[in-house]
Design a protein around this ligand. Structure first.
Ligand code: HEM
Ligand SMILES: *[C@@H]1O[C@H](CO)[C@@H](O)[C@H](O)[C@H]1NC(C)=O
Ligand SMILES: *[C@@H]1O[C@H](CO)[C@@H](O)[C@H](O)[C@H]1NC(C)=O
Length: 341
C-alpha cells in the first residue's frame, strides 16, 4: 500500500471514528436551542394544560414514554396509527394513552418550527414535565432523537408484563442495558403516581401463580381493600391508584408500600422478592422523602436517582450497538406523530 493510499485509509478511518463518536453525541441537552428555541416551552405548556384539565394525565404521559423506549428505543414507534398491525395495539401496551396530547404539542411545534422537533423528543420532554408537575425532580433531557420508520405489533412482544417474576423483569431490563437498580427506580419509582385497571389485578388477587388464591405478599389488612375494589369477575376497567397513600405526589412512599405489603400490582410487589432489588427498595425507604411529599428537593436521593435512570432509559440502544434511539441521518422528523411522512 502506497503512502497516499495509506493516508486515504487513515483518513477514512478517522472519518468513521468521528461519525461513530457522533452516535451517542447525537443526543444532547438543548439540541433545539438554535433550531427551535421555543421547543421545550411549547411542550411544557401543552403538558401543563393537559394536567390542569385532568391530573391523571401526568401519569399517562410518563407511561407512554416508557412504552415507547422499550420497543426499538425511544423513537415514537408507539404513536403510529396505521391500522391493525400498529405497534400501539400490542397486548404489552394495554392501556397506554396520551397520544392526543403529544399530537397537540406536535401541531403547535409544526407551526413554530416546521419539520424540526421529533415526536420521540416530545415524548421524552413531556414525561419529564409530567414528573415535575407531580412534585417530582426536574432534570435536563438530552434531545436530538429522530422518529423511527417501523411500527409493528410483532416488535412489542417482550414488554415487561405485570405478572412476570422478578427474574423475568430483571432480564427484560438487562436486555435494554438497564440494571436491577434501574428496574426498581423506574418501575417502582414511576408507580408513585397513576392508576391501574382491575384488568391487571386478576391473577394477583384470584389465581396467583395458578394457586386459586391471592399473592401472599399482599398485607392481609390490605387484601380486602383490593378485592372490594376489584371483585372477581367484576368490571375490569375500574381503576385504582398504584400508590394509594400519595396518589398524585411523586415521592418515595411507594417503596415503603412495597416493603409493607401495600404494593398494588404484582410487578411492584416482585421488587421485594429478590435480595438485590429488595436492598434497593430498602435503601429508598430509609431515605429522606417518605411522607414529606416530593422527590423534588436536591437532597432527595430518590428524585436524583430517578432522574438519572430516566435519562438512561431515554437513550436505550445508544451505547449498545443494538436497535435503539435514532440520531443523525437515521429515521425522520415526522410532520404528524401518528403517521410516517
Ligand atoms: C417492570 C416493568 C413495568 C411493568 C410490569 C408495569 C406495569 C404497569 C401496569 C400493569 C400499569 C397499569 C396500566 C393501566 O391499567 O392503564 C402501569 C401503569 C403505569 N406505569 Fe408501569 N410498568 C412497568 C414499568 C414502568 C416504567 C419504567 C414506567 C415509567 C418510567 C412506568 C410508568 C407507569 C405509570 C406512570 C403508570 C400509570 C398510568 C396511568 O395512570 O394511566 N411503568 N404499569
Ligand atoms: C400474565 O398476564 C398477561 C396479561 O398481562 C396474561 O395474558 C398472561 O396469561 C398472564 N400470565 C399468567 C401466567 O397468568
Ligand atoms: C382500606 O380500607 C379501609 C376501609 O375502607 C380504609 O379505611 C383504609 O384507608 C384503606 N387502606 C388503604 C391503604 O387504602
Amino acid at each position: 500500500m502506497g503512502a497516499s493510499q495509506l493516508a486515504l485509509v487513515m483518513g477514512l478511518f478517522a472519518a468513521i471514528v468521528v461519525v461513530g463518536a457522533q452516535v451517542p453525541g447525537g443526543l444532547h441537552v438543548g439540541f433545539y436551542s438554535r433550531s427551535c428555541p421555543a421547543a421545550e416551552s411549547i411542550v411544557r405548556d401543552a403538558v401543563k394544560a393537559a394536567v390542569a384539565a385532568d391530573l391523571r394525565n401526568a401519569a399517562v404521559l410518563l407511561r407512554v414514554h416508557f412504552h415507547d423506549c422499550f420497543v426499538e428505543g425511544c423513537d415514537a414507534s408507539i404513536l403510529i396509527d396505521s391500522g391493525d398491525t400498529s405497534e400501539r395495539l400490542a397486548k404489552g401496551h394495554e392501556g397506554v394513552g396520551g397520544f392526543d396530547i403529544i399530537e397537540g404539542a406536535k401541531a403547535q411545534l409544526e407551526q413554530a418550527c416546521p419539520g424540526v422537533v421529533s415526536c420521540a423528543d416530545i415524548l421524552a420532554l413531556a414525561a419529564r414535565d409530567a414528573v415535575l408537575l407531580s412534585d417530582g425532580p426536574f432534570y435536563e433531557v438530552p434531545t436530538g432523537r429522530r422518529d423511527g420508520l417501523f411500527s409493528s405489533v410483532s416488535l412489542a412482544g417482550d414488554m415487561p408484563e405485570v405478572n412476570d417474576s422478578i427474574e423475568q423483569l430483571k432480564s427484560k431490563f438487562k436486555l435494554k442495558g438497564l440494571s436491577y437498580r434501574d428496574l426498581v427506580l423506574l418501575s417502582g419509582g414511576a408507580h408513585t403516581i397513576g392508576t391501574t385497571a382491575c384488568f391487571f389485578m386478576g391473577e394477583r388477587l384470584y389465581n396467583f401463580r395458578s394457586t386459586g388464591g391471592s399473592d401472599p405478599a399482599i398485607n392481609p389488612s390490605f387484601l380486602p381493600n383490593l378485592t372490594a375494589t376489584c371483585p372477581n369477575g367484576g368490571d375490569v376497567n375500574k381503576r385504582l391508584p398504584l400508590d394509594p397513600m400519595t396518589e398524585f405526589t411523586f415521592d418515595a412512599q411507594i417503596f415503603r408500600n412495597i416493603k409493607d405489603g401495600f404494593a398494588v400490582i404484582s410487578s411492584d410487589a416482585r421488587l421485594y422478592d429478590d435480595a438485590g432489588t429488595r436492598s434497593v427498595v430498602d435503601f429508598y425507604v430509609g431515605g429522606d422523602d417518605i411522607g414529606t411529599g416530593s422527590g423534588r428537593t436536591s437532597s432527595s436521593l430518590f428524585g436524583r436517582d430517578f432522574a438519572k435512570a430516566m435519562v438512561k432509559m431515554g437513550q436505550i440502544g445508544v451505547k449498545m450497538g443494538q436497535i435503539g434511539v435514532k440520531t443523525g441521518w437515521e429515521g425522520e422528523i415526522r410532520r404528524v406523530c401518528k403517521s410516517f411522512n
